[in-house]
Design a protein around this ligand. Structure first.
Ligand SMILES: Cc1cc2nc3c(=O)[nH]c(=O)nc-3n(C[C@H](O)[C@H](O)[C@H](O)COP(=O)(O)OP(=O)(O)OC[C@H]3O[C@@H](n4cnc5c(N)ncnc54)[C@H](O)[C@@H]3O)c2cc1C
Length: 332
């Protein structure tokens, strides 16, 4: 067992996802506590340039598996490449982002390696040689602290937008160690035929620092334009509760909550959302919550940092105007 902290780098459209940088930043702190190095694990095709970027964000060693069969993520190919590396190197901890890819791959690796795994980590600490993770449970009504037992490999699947990405330092270099890949194409049981990117005018919800979200109180799709204006002024992404999705007002990927996305922005502005438990399950981890609702008894106010009891059709345009004024003043 080494003392190294490993991070699985994740790419989208040839670029590392923000979660990769967030994990590298956290790994740097944990590696100091564990007395090991930060090792980034990068898989893909034509990713020779990956190492420099990962080094700039804190990787001291970069293990690169570069093969055309790794161009698109498949469970079989990625697990087949990573499992033997981990069983030889035995990192102290492997951190994987809680993304569609991470949530698919991590349990598979854990099962194959007999490793301990904690999913949905909102905090990870190393103390006295042990790794302790914190994760929301019971639709975020409670927080569990979970310790890994024993000396085997530990895998932490970490929620996005929890740790701040480090400031890149382009002068940093990493030791690059290639991983030899001998994949049997016949053993890869799935094939990605096509990737259809969802056209989004703003950042993906899971990566956004600010989210403006609308509920049934919006009354119709045409009124989401109000939220878009506020979002534009704030540099925010637009999300929604379930009814606007069910009614076809906004696409599925807007939905936040138990059956939608889990988000952790710095600021969440809920407009015309009552605050049902299934919605709170996806957004109550937001640092600051602002609720705009005309019903003073709406449950959303019980978790809001700031509440505006009022008509969103009046409040939201005023807020957008004020943000634009302040932004204009600060730029002027
Ligand atoms: C298994 C299951 C899973 C679910 N998963 C999810 C999920 O992932 N995400 C999710 O969001 N829901 C989910 N739901 C649905 C959830 O239970 C609620 O029905 C839903 O969250 C309510 O959405 P809402 O707050 O937009 O609507 P409502 O509860 O109808 O609330 C609308 C609010 O708008 C306010 N309002 C109305 N007009 C105005 C105005 N002009 N100005 C200001 N305020 C106004 C009202 O006072 C009210 O509080 C799930 C339900 C089930 C059973």
């Amino acid at each position: 067992m080494s003392s190294d902290i490993w991070v699985l780098a994740e790419y989208a459209g040839g670029r590392p996802r923000k979660i990769t940088y967030e994990l590298l930043g956290k790994a740097s702190t944990l590696a100091q506590e564990a007395g090991g190095q930060v090792v980034a694990l990068a898989l893909g095709s034509g990713i020779a340039d990956a190492a420099q970027d990962l080094a700039a964000h804190g990787a001291e060693v970069v293990r690169v598996a570069d093969d055309p069969l790794l161009a698109q993520y498949t469970t079989d190919a990625y697990a087949a490449v990573i499992e033997p590396v981990l069983s030889v190197e035995e990192p102290f901890l492997l951190m994987i982002g809680s993304t569609a890819m991470g949530r698919d791959l991590a349990p598979r690796l854990a099962a194959r390696l007999g490793a301990g795994i904690v999913t949905d980590c909102a905090a990870v600490e190393v103390a006295d040689g042990a790794v302790v993770a914190t994760r929301p449970v019971m639709t975020r009504k409670a927080i569990a602290r979970v310790a890994f037992r024993g000396d085997g490999i530990r895998i932490a699947v970490v929620l996005p937008n929890i740790f701040a990405p480090p400031r890149p330092d382009p002068s940093r270099a990493a030791e690059v160690l290639p991983i030899s890949v001998t994949l049997d194409p016949a053993a890869i049981r799935t094939q990605v035929l096509e990737v259809k990117a969802i056209a989004r005018e703003t950042l993906p919800l899971t990566e956004a620092d600010i989210i403006v979200s609308g509920g049934r109180g919006l009354r119709g799709p045409e009124h989401f334009g109000l939220l878009k204006e506020l979002a534009q002024a704030l540099g925010a992404a637009v999300g929604s509760s379930r009814p606007p999705v069910d009614s076809g007002w906004v696409p599925h990927d807007y939905e936040i909550g138990q059956t939608g996305k889990t988000v952790n922005p710095q600021l969440y502005i809920a407009c015309g959302i009552s605050g049902a438990p299934q919605h709170l399950a996806g957004m109550s981890g937001s640092r600051t919550i602002v609720a705009i609702n005309k019903d003073p008894q709406a449950p959303i106010f019980s978790i809001a940092s700031y509440g505006v009891v009022g008509d969103l059709f009046v409040v939201v345009p005023l807020l957008a105007e004020e943000v634009r004024r302040l932004r204009g003043a600060s730029h002027g």
